[in-house]
Write a protein that binds this ligand. Structure first.
Ligand code: FES
Length: 256
């Protein structure tokens, strides 16, 4: 088994890119060393080698196909860097540093994945790693935002959906459905990624129901390696770096 704590620097050829929804793209690159080492919940720092971008950009790994050496990402265009990323074509080269971070614990037998928006990206890799044992509760503003449903369809056992406008699934936030699911579902873990207020609310419900909860935090990052301190947070055990000590933490450690 390749060492997922080893940091690799790898030039990667773009295999292809696909638009999934308004401003959301799926990018696949050929990076066999990182594909072999990456674990669900980890991320890589991408450096685009075209144009004037020298900063690396952290992106969660959405899939790693060890056999074919492919690493994939799903990202939303939010600024100059991701706009440049959206222009990448098959055959272009990017540089990857990774895999970074700690990743999810994969010990559970029947976890409930809870995700909102782009938070579902690292959870997709986790769901694939759980090989059909995980259920998913996904939330979004509208039907277009839950394009994730078709992606998770092949890898999750049951899929529950909430939308703010009620255009698909239950109207409201994921927290509408969560108490009922945890009461009825015999889950041994909740695994969540999304905006902080949503993760905090999910963690509070999981605690009330006595279900252990892992959260995957998203923070602005500089070095991605634990050196610049730009991603430091306060936890129940003192200051921690999201890039190195996380991004996955037990919920009680960060929402205390
Ligand atoms: Fe530099 Fe985390 S990004 S310490």
């Amino acid at each position: 088994m390749p060492d997922s704590t080893q940091k690799l620097l790898e030039d990667a050829k773009v295999k292809g890119q696909q638009r999934l929804a308004e401003g959301v793209y799926y990018l696949a690159v050929h990076a066999p060393k990182i594909a072999a080492a990456a674990r669900p919940g980890q991320f890589v720092d991408i450096r685009i080698l075209t144009g004037a971008f020298i900063l690396r950009r952290p992106v969660g790994v959405v899939a790693a196909d060890r056999e074919n050496g492919i690493v994939a990402f799903i990202y939303r265009v939010i600024g100059r860097g991701t706009r440049a990323m959206a222009k990448l074509k098959a055959g272009d080269t990017v540089n990857l540093l990774g895999p970074l971070g700690n990743g999810f614990s994969m010990e559970h037998k029947h976890p409930l994945i809870v995700g909102g928006g782009m938070g579902l990206s690292p959870l997709f890799f986790y769901a694939a790693g759980m090989k059909g044992k995980a259920d998913v509760l996904m939330g979004g503003r509208s039907e277009e935002e839950v394009f994730w449903r078709s992606l998770f369809a092949g890898i999750a056992k049951n899929i529950h959906i909430t939308t703010d406008d009620g255009s698909v699934g239950t109207k409201g936030f994921v927290t509408e459905l969560l108490p009922k699911l945890l009461s009825e579902g015999s889950y041994d873990a909740v695994v969540v990624c999304g905006p902080d207020p949503m993760m905090k609310a999910v963690a509070a419900i999981a605690k009330e129901k006595g279900t252990p909860c892992q959260v995957s935090l998203e923070r602005r990052m500089g070095c991605g390696l634990g050196a610049c301190l730009s991603c430091s947070i306060d936890t129940a055990h003192g200051r921690r770096k999201v890039c190195k000590d996380g991004p996955v933490f037990p919920a009680e450690e960060v929402f205390f």
